[in-house]
Design a protein around this ligand. Structure first.
Ligand SMILES: [Zn+2]
Length: 671
């Protein structure tokens, strides 16, 4: 598990619009507006109503947004590049071209896939079937970890929270077949229904593996019982937001005390790291439950459980009946109506398996160096504005202020793509079966990750692939990266006016930078260590300001479901502070005095419209429900409306009366 925070929630724009956009000199999308909506009533709808009407969600998607549209464009570009590589008969064995090409071919060979059914996995099923004693179960759990199955818990590496120069192992809760513990525990009608759907889905999947209907149904109930026990022992997403809740360094002896029936020394040796002496046991209560299950569950039930997790993870890469059954659950969870075309699904996996190699192809083709230079200006400007803010914010003591400025001075950032690309030479890929390429890639990724344990932190390494439409901040490294994929309209347009760019990419940059000072990031110092650098008094004031956000967001409901203020507070703080920062940076930039009105919209109004545009989206109710449960980002409409409601600058720019529903009467201000 990597502990980082990302600006991930949906952004927006469509294929046709992307073409027309590059010709739009203003960079502002006034044809997305709904002029029937009063901006003081619902600004998000005012800014994006027409876009939303004109962009219904395609059947294969849970949601449709500017973000998905850009991602789609990138996927198509990369698809063409990969098709060309796959067609070349002269790719040298073990070259990256051979790996990219063969991975693609193995995934596209539907005839071979359909003929094979689940037979390529037979050796894996036999391993599970042949377990005879507890020690066999131990070996199998280690083996499954290595081929990418985090079951019944997750083992990985992390930067040590208290010594960010070190990489340590981490064992964390996991082992569920549904997306979150709440899916097992909530008693709302929808969730009761979903659990019934899940049972029938597991039953059918097991029947596909050859079980009798009676056995399959019995086994499905066993699986749900085991997973429910794990769910009950799991921390909630909100609890996991507190780094202290998920950090418990334990020596081998201490680990052994938590789980006497699990031999950690043997487990580490199986993984290939016999020298590990200490790890972060992130969620000790969960491992008490693991111990319970090891003691009380029969080996027969463990076999049922592990077999299920193996097939659940691999079904999308097998023959049609498995793919369809796997999609059944996705449909129930996200509301998507049909499968993505095969080439698209293969591309998604290729990004997963060989993401940085694919990313290198992408940036060579799509990312001119001039983009990097143009964005630098905005970035520097926002950074300077944040520095000025930290110097002048009235409530902070000089002690905390010095520490905050020091943290900012140590913050690093990168634009576009990593300087050092990942080396895939140890990964072997051939022309199939597809599912075995998937498992080999997962094993390569896992070993690559675990291999960092005990070594110094590689600061050149990126956590996300550059072709993604995204940016992220990593508190343990105190750095943020703007990925190449996001540096295109409507996020960034070198030909657009400053108001438009500051409202869009400026907001994203401000958001990432202020993650260093949100309720979670502020607990880490400039070196990335979990260490309090606040005076007691200042911390109280800061927490009070953060609580205002928790309170504000807890009042919102989407489709009748309450937003979890405590889950989204970090992202909401980064949204509000990032937006304020971008606004101030725009005003302080030399471009502000040159900014002109566009079709009656003042530069400030353009800023807010542009900020709302990057979040234009449509979402199915199932997906909305899933996100409210598990996503630390606020629901997408609140990433405009929730923030603007706190900003007097917004109220002034649209001359809204103080009775407007777009105004939060008790304004929150964090930075
Ligand atoms: Zn964020």
């Amino acid at each position: 598990m990597k502990y980082f925070i990302t600006f991930i929630c949906g952004f927006l724009l469509s294929t046709q619009l992307s073409a027309s956009m590059s010709q739009d000199k203003t960079g502002l999308y006034l044809d997305w507006l709904d002029y029937h909506m009063n901006p003081g009533q619902n600004f998000y709808e005012f800014a994006n109503g027409t876009w939303r009407k004109n962009h219904p969600i395609p059947a294969a998607y849970p949601s449709w947004s500017v973000w998905t549209v850009l991602q789609e464009n990138n996927t198509k570009i990369i698809h063409t590049l990969i098709q060309n590589i796959a067609k070349n008969p002269n790719n040298k064995p073990n070259s990256i071209q051979q790996k990219i090409g063969d991975f693609y071919k193995s995934g596209m060979d539907e005839t071979a896939l359909n003929k094979l059914g689940s037979t390529p996995l037979q050796p894996e099923f036999s391993r599970i079937e042949n377990m005879n004693q507890l020690s066999d179960l131990q070996h199998e759990i280690a083996h499954l970890q290595l081929i990418g199955m985090s079951t019944p818990f997750i083992f990985d590496q992390m930067q040590d929270f208290t010594d960010s120069s070190k990489v340590i192992g981490i064992a964390n809760q996991g082992g569920l077949g549904l997306p979150d513990r709440d899916y097992y525990l909530l008693n709302d009608k929808k969730f009761v229904e979903l659990r019934k759907d899940y049972l029938s889905h597991v039953t059918r999947m097991l029947k596909l593996l050859g079980e009798t209907p009676f056995n399959a149904s019995q086994d499905a109930h066993t699986i749900l019982t085991i997973e429910t026990a794990f769910a009950k022992a799991s921390l909630s997403r909100i609890e996991q937001r507190d780094p202290h809740h998920i950090y418990h360094l334990k020596t081998l002896d201490e680990l052994q005390k938590v789980t006497p029936h699990f031999d950690w020394k043997l487990f580490f040796a199986d993984l290939g790291y016999p020298d590990i002496q200490q790890i972060n046991l992130a969620t000790p209560t969960f491992f008490v439950c693991i111990e319970d299950q090891l003691k009380n569950l029969s080996l027969k039930d463990w076999k049922v459980y592990l077999r299920w997790h193996l097939i659940q993870a691999t079904a999308p890469y097998l023959s049609k009946p498995f793919v369809d059954e796997s999609f059944y659950l996705q449909k129930k969870l996200t509301g998507a109506k049909q499968l993505l075309p095969r080439w698209h699904r293969v591309m998604n996996e290729e990004n997963e398996a060989l993401g940085f190699a694919v990313g290198k192809l992408y940036v060579e083709k799509m990312f001119p160096l001039s983009s990097k230079q143009a964005i630098q200006d905005i970035l520097d400007h926002i950074r300077n504005t944040l520095e000025l803010d930290l110097k002048t914010v009235p409530w902070m003591s000089s002690e905390t202020r010095t520490a905050a400025l020091h943290k900012l001075s140590l913050m690093k950032y990168h634009i576009g793509y990593p300087d050092k690309w990942r080396d895939y030479s140890a990964l072997s890929i051939d022309q199939g079966p597809y599912v075995l390429n998937i498992l080999k890639s997962a094993e390569f990724a896992k070993r690559y990750s675990l291999n960092k344990i005990g070594k110094p932190v590689d600061r050149q390494e990126w956590d996300m692939i550059p072709q993604e439409i995204n940016a992220y901040y990593d508190p343990s490294k105190n750095e943020f990266n703007l990925l190449a994929g996001i540096l295109q309209p409507p996020f960034f347009n070198p030909n657009a006016g400053a108001a438009v760019n500051y409202g869009a990419i400026g907001y994203v940059i401000g958001h990432e930078m202020t993650h260093a000072f949100d309720d979670q990031g502020a607990q880490f110092d400039g070196q990335g260590n979990l260490k309090n650098w606040w005076t007691e008094d200042d911390l109280k004031k800061f927490q009070l300001a953060a609580h205002c956000i928790v309170h504000q967001y807890s009042q919102y409901k989407i489709n009748g479901q309450s937003v979890q203020g405590n889950l989204v507070s970090g992202e909401a703080i980064a949204d509000l502070s990032g937006m304020t920062l971008a606004y101030n940076a725009f005003h302080e930039s030399s471009n502000y005095s040159k900014a002109v009105a566009i079709k009656g919209f003042t530069p400030d109004q353009q800023f807010f419209l542009s900020a709302a545009h990057i979040n234009a989206a449509n979402m199915r109710p199932e997906e909305s429900r899933r996100r409210i449960l598990i996503d630390p980002h606020p629901p997408i409409q609140l990433r405009s409306n929730g923030i603007f409601a706190n900003m007097p600058e917004f109220q002034n720019s649209f001359a809204l009366s103080s009775n407007s529903p777009m105004i939060n009467k008790d304004r929150c201000k964090v930075w």
